[in-house]
Design a protein around this ligand. Structure first.
Ligand SMILES: *Cc1c(COP(=O)(O)O)cnc(C)c1O
Length: 345
């Protein structure tokens, strides 16, 4: 039986041996009382790395975004997000359900909103209108295939928000991938946001968890919102121990995943019927157009599943492949071989 090569997402990564060891040894306490030393250490480390005053550990990236929205807004407010943002597409209507805010979308180019469009979407001070209280960006941008927001775009949106007195949140589920792709310290990115959420559980390989970082007062509110959502955990230092390994070690190896994605994209782009825009291959994802094969995305994905190569459809005629720590360069070669074989059969 051929080995399964799983390119569905970097969320499928297994915790590393270092992580399991750190988890076994972790000193823990009741984190709702603030008494888990390992959680406290992870939160301090995350805040420092993001260049923010404080941080709070949450079970998922989705909860990280939702507590951030809840902490920055009042009911009846409006938040601005890019039209393919995870917050808008994949968080089950959370902003409406949990925070009572409505979402206004602004179209983006590879995830980047034009600051003029953002400006035009900000509500005027009028009692008929909702109040715009938050602007969200996403970096790397998931739906565009892991594209990296240009720093000057983030800066322009952030400066505009500050002029208008509006808070900015970054959905930085993969912000360390963005930093690796740009070759900058992550603070170069997070300087252009008030709060940031980042996932420890994706390319960084921790089994569970995200951090929200931001100003002290905001983090206190976010901690309360986390409690409302049922995310106040007890001896969660077991999880935080893996998160510390994720931040200290695994952030340093993400460039390797990007190299694998480029290798995969180059290999697949030579195959008749497949269509890849190499300029969008910027981090650990590859979007592959399938129209030329005569199959739609789900048809192509199920064909390749029968060859034990896994990936998900993204749109009707595009599949998404994601590289990560648990696929090696040799697996990438093998994946390209299997696609070639399947399509020439
Ligand atoms: C994965 C992801 C999230 C949500 O993280 P979960 O831990 O799966 O809830 C949020 N935003 C983006 C951009 C993501 O890719």
């Amino acid at each position: 039986m051929k080995k399964i090569i799983d390119l569905r997402s970097d969320t499928v990564t297994q915790p590393t041996p270092d992580m399991r060891e750190a988890m076994a040894r972790a000193e823990v306490g009741d984190d709702v009382y603030g008494e888990d030393p390992t959680i406290n250490q992870l939160e301090a480390l995350g805040a420092e790395m993001a260049g923010k005053e404080a941080a709070v550990f949450v079970p998922t990236g989705t909860m990280g975004n939702q507590v951030s929205i809840m902490a920055w807004t009042d009911r009846g407010d409006e938040i601005i997000v890019e039209s393919n943002a995870h917050i808008f597409m994949y968080e089950a209507g959370g902003p409406a359900v949990l925070s009572g805010v409505q979402v206004r979308t602004v179209p983006g180019t590879r995830g980047a909103m034009d600051p003029d469009d953002v400006k035009a979407a900000i509500r005027e001070d009028d009692l008929h209108c909702p109040r715009t209280s938050l602007i969200c960006m996403e970096n790397t941008h998931n739906r565009s295939g892991g594209c990296v927001l240009p720093l000057d775009n983030m800066k322009a949106v952030y400066e505009l928000a500050k002029e208008e007195g509006i808070a900015v949140h970054l959905d930085g589920a993969r912000v360390f991938n963005a930093a690796a792709a740009l070759g900058v310290d992550v603070k170069q990115i997070t300087q252009y946001t008030d709060s940031v959420q980042f996932c420890l559980s994706k390319g960084l390989c921790a089994p569970v968890g995200s951090l929200v970082a931001g100003p002290k007062e905001f983090i206190e509110k976010a901690r309360r919102c986390r409690k409302i959502l049922g995310g106040g955990m007890r001896q969660a230092g077991i999880l935080a121990a893996a998160g510390i390994v994720a931040l200290e070690k695994m952030t340093k190896r993400l460039a390797e995943d990007h190299e694998k994605a480029r290798k995969l994209a180059q290999g697949l782009s030579g195959i008749p019927g497949l269509d890849i825009d190499m300029s969008t291959v910027q981090s650990n994802m590859v979007l592959v157009g399938t129209k030329g094969t005569g199959m739609d995305a789900s048809g192509f994905a199920s064909l390749m599943k029968s060859h034990r190569l896994l990936f998900n459809p993204s749109t009707q005629y595009k599949v998404r492949m994601v590289t990560h720590n648990d696929v090696g360069f040799d697996d990438i070669d093998e994946a390209i071989r299997r696609v070639k074989e399947a399509l020439s059969a």
